[in-house]
Write a protein that binds this ligand. Structure first.
Ligand code: SAM
Length: 284
């Protein structure tokens, strides 16, 4: 049974990392004239209120996007993401989930395919994104949905894979999906988000090792840690998160390197913020 609800965490440090990278990738895709397809395998509600009660918010947006929006002199690479967040916060008092990021940064000929399995989240997603002919919403499992719907007709595109990691199976399926979808759609950009949680380090290391030995070249791993990683019985909190990117656009590594130190200093708790940006497999 699915119990994770993203509304409780929207705008946290993990969203800031994932949506800033997603915004950059969508900006690159928008530079070429040909249309592209955006897949979101785990879409959530698509957009979230910023005026949630403390019980609803749990302080997550206060240690994430709100800190970023209050900070001056952000690096230029964050411009697409921060401009979007500022506009939506000021005009509508909402935070953009990944579907809303894609809706705003895509063009009239692009296609957006959003998948969501939770029976309560899907109707909210549909209500939030009705009346846009570019957007197709599927109430289905995102892993098998992506396998079924790729390669897209546009050939160019990105799959954003953002599981809730509620089950042990999510870790295994995430790695298997990247490898199998890359085989079917070698041109596609695949961006997988993962959490860094002390008691799940074994699963995370296994995921990274299986991708490193997958023979897919040039897999980038962008990680942002906001606290020291606690192990053992204390290791329940979300210490940080990362995005694994297959087929990153060629300037993405340097662009991410341009903003990760700033994010680590703004979002790190008690000076504990740090970041890593290795290649899991070398580019050819
Ligand atoms: N991608 C969203 C964003 O960035 O705004 C957040 C998604 S949230 C981390 C994960 C979502 O996946 C939840 O809404 C959950 O209901 C949904 N979910 C869980 N298992 C799923 C599955 N097998 N297929 C599709 N959606 C699933």
């Amino acid at each position: 049974m699915l119990s994770y609800r993203h509304a409780y965490h929207a705008g946290n440090h993990a969203d800031v990392l994932k949506h800033s990278i997603l915004s950059l990738i969508l900006s690159y895709l928008g530079l070429k004239k040909n249309p592209y397809t955006f897949f979101d395998t785990h879409a959530g509600q698509g957009r979230y209120r910023l005026d949630r009660t403390p019980e609803e918010d749990k302080g997550d947006s206060f240690s994430g996007i709100r800190k970023v929006l209050e900070s001056a002199n952000y690096p230029a690479q964050l411009n697409p993401y921060i401009t979007l967040c500022k506009n939506l916060a000021e005009k509508l008092f909402i935070y953009p989930g990944s579907p809303e990021v894609a809706r705003n940064l895509s063009r009239p000929d692009d296609t957006l395919i959003l998948m969501e399995l939770h029976p309560s989240e899907t109707p909210v997603l549909r209500a939030n994104f009705r009346n846009d002919k570019r957007i197709h919403i599927h109430h289905r499992d995102g892993f098998s949905g992506l396998a079924a719907l790729t390669p897209p007709q546009t050939v160019r595109g990105i799959a954003h894979i953002d599981p809730s990691y509620e089950t042990a199976d999510d870790w295994v399926q995430a790695a298997e999906t990247l490898v199998s979808v890359h085989k079917k759609w070698p041109q596609g950009i695949l961006a997988l988000w993962y959490p860094v949680v002390g008691r799940k380090l074994h699963e995370l290391n296994t995921l990274k090792q299986s991708l490193a030995s997958s023979r897919i070249p040039g897999i980038l791993d962008a990680e942002l840690l906001v606290t020291d990683v606690q192990s053992g019985p204390d290791g329940y909190g979300l210490s940080g998160s990362g995005m694994i990117i297959v087929n990153p656009p060629w300037t993405l590594h340097d662009d991410i390197a341009g903003f990760l130190p700033w994010l680590a200093s703004v979002l790190g708790e008690n000076g504990a913020g740090h970041w890593n940006l290795p290649w899991l497999s070398e580019p050819v």
